[in-house]
Design a protein around this ligand. Structure first.
Ligand SMILES: Nc1ncnc2c1ncn2[C@@H]1O[C@H](COP(=O)(O)OP(=O)(O)O)[C@@H](O)[C@H]1O
Ligand SMILES: [Mg+2]
Length: 425
């Protein structure tokens, strides 16, 4: 007897097919699988299937990779995709998974029945041992074994500009290289990445975990939970409700970051001010920490304590960069003296700039909104070494071509520092 497998997070499509299944050739049995991670089990138990109908929740890159893998293992199953009008994948990618037909979801009974009838007939022709192979092997079906570089932005005091810096770090990496960048909001209670980038996410980090309870395969579906910022980078938002934050454990944070690392080239992690266990979990995976401070005594004092804590955690100071932010004249504190307190020096000293508020109000990182501003250039200068080597060379060449020598920028910065220091006296 012919069998149809319906793969989708919701039961609706399977119900619809069941309602007219007896009118299809050979009155096929309709099996539904709503836990996409359990597909292998279902195929082993209830397969083989003549037809597989992939519902709208498979209409993502991760979903298509999953379908491509199924197609390779079960080439005798004819795949029909029922995706929403604008799936998050190109037609070419859909063709590459070996789908023989595509309907727009939601779909009326008549069109769906016609598509399934054709698919059933075709699968009969190709038979159980089929020879049809996809023309292309989708590149993305190749398992990725690489591990993203993880950068975490943190501070001992609130309001230092962590979120500001983290969004710009993600933007910097995405703008200057072809790397895939994911920005993760680990400020689980009061995360502001979505607000500061004006994103409207469907999911948050809390949903990743709640679906995991339902046995969804994280590795395959993690990308579905991220929201894209323009065409630059992806973001995994903090939970919508602060109360959801408590339920997220450090082990879960590690797990999510580990899975994300296999899908992206860089992870940028924004954190809350407190050194929570979940933040320490991110530190453990981080190649580099960016520690922010502002030019006021409590912040500087806490920066000292924070660095001592990092030492106790055996995080090498080579893997830590200090960023002094919101530097202003006439605030009664001497930048030079402060820099002396921290012999490792500051990677960047960023001025207090009204362009920052403007960029936040626009919902754009300043590197996108005002790349020519002094603060944007300083951020760029401080981060160049974190690019992949070829991208770094390109950036250095273009900076040289535009007449701004990194050296002169640093001299300029030193001069400004002295000016600020003097005027603060
Ligand atoms: N260099 C700067 N100049 C002016 N305003 C800044 C600067 N850096 C950050 N801000 C502003 O300060 C506030 C706090 O920054 P935010 O990134 O949210 O800090 P944190 O994430 O550390 O709490 C925001 O309103 C931000 O726009
Ligand atoms: Mg923040």
């Amino acid at each position: 007897m012919a069998k149809i497998l319906v793969l989708d997070r919701s039961e609706e499509l399977a119900e619809q097919i069941r309602s007219f299944a007896e009118e299809l050739p050979n009155d096929p049995e309709v099996v539904s699988c709503t836990k996409i991670g359990s597909i292998d089990h279902v195929q082993e138990h209830d397969g083989p299937f003549s037809v597989l109908v992939a519902g709208p929740s498979l209409g993502t890159r991760a979903g298509l990779r999953r379908l491509a893998a199924i197609h390779r293992e079960q080439p005798g199953t004819a795949i029909v995709v029922a995706f929403q009008n604008e799936p998050d994948a190109s037609l070419r990618e859909i063709v590459q998974v070996g789908a023989i037909d595509m309907v727009d979801y939601p779909v009326d009974d008549l069109s769906l029945r016609a598509a399934l009838k054709r698919a059933l007939e075709m699968s009969q022709r190709i038979g159980a041992v089929t020879v049809y192979e996809p023309i292309y092997q989708p590149a993305e079906a190749v398992p990725q074994t690489h591990n993203a570089r993880v950068f975490t932005v943190c501070s001992a005091t609130g309001g230092c500009g962590k979120t500001f810096y983290a969004t710009n770090l993600a933007m910097f990496l995405a703008q200057n290289s072809s790397a895939r960048v994911a920005l993760v909001d680990l400020d689980l209670q009061f995360g502001e990445i979505t607000t500061s980038l004006r994103l409207q996410p469907s999911y948050t980090i809390a949903d990743v975990l709640s679906h995991e309870d339902e046995d969804v395969d994280l590795t395959t579906h993690i990308e579905d939970y991220l929201v894209q910022y323009e065409d630059k980078f992806w973001a995994l938002p903090a939970p919508k409700e602060p109360s959801q934050a408590d339920r997220i454990t450090p082990t879960e944070v590690t797990k999510i970051l580990d899975v994300l690392r296999t899908h992206y080239d860089y992870l940028v992690v924004d954190t809350p001010t407190a050194l929570a266990e979940t933040v320490l979990a991110a530190f453990d995976l981080s190649e580099h920490l960016f520690v922010m401070a502002t030019l006021d005594l409590p912040s500087v004092r806490n920066l000292g304590l924070f660095l001592q804590t990092l030492q106790k955690l055996r995080i090498s100071s080579d893997n830590v960069s200090l960023i002094m932010n919101k530097v202003e004249k006439d605030v009664g504190i001497d930048v030079e003296q402060i820099t002396k307190l921290f012999p490792q020096g500051f990677r960047s000293t960023l001025p207090y700039a009204k362009e920052v508020s403007r960029s936040v109000n626009l919902g754009k990182p300043i590197l996108g909104a005002q790349p020519e501003s002094d603060i944007a250039k300083r951020i760029t200068y401080g981060l160049t070494q974190f690019l992949p080597p070829d991208a770094r060379r390109r950036l250095e060449e273009s900076t040289a071509a535009s007449g701004i020598k990194i050296g002169s920028l640093s001299r300029l910065f030193k001069r400004r520092l002295v000016q600020i220091t003097e005027s603060a006296r």
